[in-house]
Design a protein. Structure first.
Length: 92
């Protein structure tokens, strides 16, 4: 799908990576974050690979529910990024 790459590696992903990089000061924490990102990338790739079967399994109503849940997740991530930025600005 042409929109797969911009959706999976878009501004939300870049913002989350920036927040994770700032909040993990030690190298062992950063290594854990890198492994987590690799596992998440593998999971996204697997879901994209199996997407046709998942679409048939969920149906139209299930896809709408998942879409709304993902929208809620993106809103929560955006709020976390904003709060982290404000905290970093006010508390150096």
């Amino acid at each position: 799908m042409p929109l797969t790459i911009p959706l999976t590696v878009g501004p939300g992903t870049i913002g989350a990576l920036l927040v994770m990089g700032v909040s993990q000061p030690h190298w062992d924490d950063k290594l854990l974050a890198i492994v987590s990102i690799a596992l998440a990338s593998f999971t996204v790739g697997l879901v994209l690979y199996l997407s046709h079967g998942i679409e048939r399994l969920l149906g139209d109503q299930g896809l709408q529910i998942v879409s709304r849940l993902m929208g809620l997740f993106v809103c929560a991530l955006a709020a976390q990024i904003i709060f982290t930025g404000i905290r970093g600005y006010l508390l150096p």
